[in-house]
Design a protein around this ligand. Structure first.
Ligand code: 5AD
Ligand code: SF4
Length: 478
């Protein structure tokens, strides 16, 4: 996943029916932390609650139910949840004084990892639900009456995706022209720093037919860009229509035939699982964007080995070269961890060298955070926090410089942009290039939901600026 330490608050569904009279519809506010899979899961939770009368709100102050969809990847992300619960408890007590109430639910990876412990540490919580049990949310809510506090962190045999209801068409439209679809969950790689194999469980893949049906439904409602999600997405091996396990390469070929979808992406990939069909799909499918998030974590073979990444720096570099060979305009992003146990100055320098060699257009980097239950947490040669901080600053200066150079080099280029929202100022709309760069232009709202060529004219602090290239607008393949 492309991680994000800032929480994402979901937009209000403007089509929600608030109900009338004293049977006021109940409202739910869902706050997502962490990766895009949590954003997708939050949407599916909202969809599962819609038939029970819950309407989504973007305002926690008016919500009857707040769901915190949590992230356990690093300590900082996990601890945020408890401070948020503290704030919610104060709000709930105030509500109760005024005769109202507020239910608090904890979902996501902290729920999975800590389960019952959450109720002990934060008694204000009414229910705890792990990522594999979201389809049971309506039942769990019905049981959460203040005295009973359900905790469901099962890995049930039934497939939640075949039970969770699909979103209504108006909801899909309100969520915009770019959508996530989870195709794979869990991880069998067991990198020694990572909690994912424990919180999300073993690798599972959804069947091709279920994914095709979901993408067709989204496309029919106006979605033009699909990002396929999985903790180890390129290890996808879902059942195909022929009864065999299909690879991600086969899946993207099938999805590229759903014509109104003009952009396909997938994240997050493991270097070991980039097979030739997938690499060649980047050559053969114009809809597959020339941008790949391919985390390497470290450039030192010794550290890669202790991390159990199962590849060397040279193998990674060879893979990048192979992908660039079939698709020369391919750009890459990566995740990096600094200060993994035993990392020396020389190991860190090797990471910087690898970054120089690849040249990334964006990067996510973190100080190593020991996570309970992972092998890394038990390693004795932990790195000093001040050393981690200094290394992180150096690494980020390098990757930010590379990103800036790439953005500067975009000036004068014409790139297809998928417009997905209004811009910052009136009269502006905003969208993204194939490389996920944000772009603002002066143009009519009616272009939102379409792809058009834009000549980039300037770079700002957070986004590029440009003008529509020519009058010949089209819903082009990027
Ligand atoms: N400490 C720091 N960063 C971590 N990541 C995963 N686990 C840890 C950890 N314990 C980072 C990795 C991964 C991204 C999602 O989060 O870089 O690719
Ligand atoms: Fe975690 Fe490694 Fe699996 Fe990625 S591949 S989810 S980093 S264990």
């Amino acid at each position: 996943m492309i991680p994000d330490e800032t929480e994402i608050e979901r937009p209000q569904n403007p089509h929600g029916d608030a109900g009338s009279g004293d049977t006021r519809a109940k409202t739910v506010f869902i706050k997502s932390y962490g990766c895009q899979m949590n954003v997708y899961d939050s949407q599916r939770m909202a969809d599962s609650l819609a038939p029970t009368g819950y309407v989504e709100t973007s305002n926690p102050d008016e919500a009857d139910l707040v769901i915190l969809n949590t992230c356990h990847i690093r300590e900082k992300a996990a601890e945020k949840v408890y401070s948020e619960i503290g704030r919610l408890r104060v709000a709930r007590d105030e509500r109760r004084r005024q005769g109202g109430d507020l239910k608090i639910a904890v979902a996501g990876c902290v729920a999975q990892a800590e389960g019952q412990e959450i109720l002990r540490r934060a008694p204000a919580v009414d229910l705890v639900v792990g990522p594999q049990a979201y389809h049971r949310l309506p039942d769990l809510l019905a049981k959460a009456d203040g005295t009973s506090k359900p905790v469901d962190t099962d890995f049930p045999v039934e497939d939640k995706f075949s039970i969770l209801p699909p979103p209504r068409r108006d909801k899909t439209l309100a969520r915009g022209p770019s959508a996530f679809v989870t195709v794979q969950e869990g991880c069998d790689k067991f990198c020694t720093f990572c909690v994912v194999p424990y919180t999300r469980g073993a690798e599972t893949s959804r069947p091709v037919a279920a994914i095709v049906a979901e993408v067709e439904r989204l496309a029919e409602a106006g979605v033009r860009e699909i990002s396929l999600l999985g903790q180890n997405v390129n290890a996808y091996h879902g059942e195909g229509p022929d009864g065999r396990a299909w690879t991600l390469g086969q899946l993207v070929h099938r999805l590229a035939r759903i014509e109104p979808v003009v952009r396909l992406r997938y994240t997050t990939s493991h270097p070991r699982d980039m097979d030739d069909t997938l690499i060649e799909a980047h050559r053969d499918l114009p809809a597959l964007m020339p941008f790949l998030h391919l985390p390497v974590q470290s450039g030192s073979d010794r550290i890669l080995d202790v991390m159990n990444r199962k590849h060397t720096a040279a193998e990674y570099l060879k893979l990048i070269e192979k992908i660039r060979h079939v698709r020369p305009d391919m750009a890459f992003s990566s995740d990096f961890i600094v200060g993994f146990p035993g990392e020396t100055d020389a190991d860190f320098e090797a990471t910087l060298r690898l970054i120089e060699e690849v040249t990334y257009v964006s990067a996510y980097s973190f100080k190593y955070s020991p996570r309970p239950g992972t092998p890394g947490a038990g390693m004795t040669d932990q790195v000093d926090e001040a050393v981690k901080a200094a290394r992180l600053a150096r690494l980020q200066a390098l990757t930010e410089g590379q990103q800036k150079t790439f953005n500067q080099a975009s000036i004068g280029r014409t790139m297809d942009v998928l417009f997905d929202r209004k811009g910052k100022r009136p009269g502006q709309i905003a969208g993204r290039t194939p490389y996920l760069q944000a772009v603002q232009i002066e143009a009519d709202d009616s272009l939102i939901g379409t792809v058009a060529p834009v000549e980039i004219t300037a770079t700002g602090a957070w986004s590029l600026h440009g003008v529509l290239a020519g009058a010949d607008l089209r819903e082009a393949v990027a």
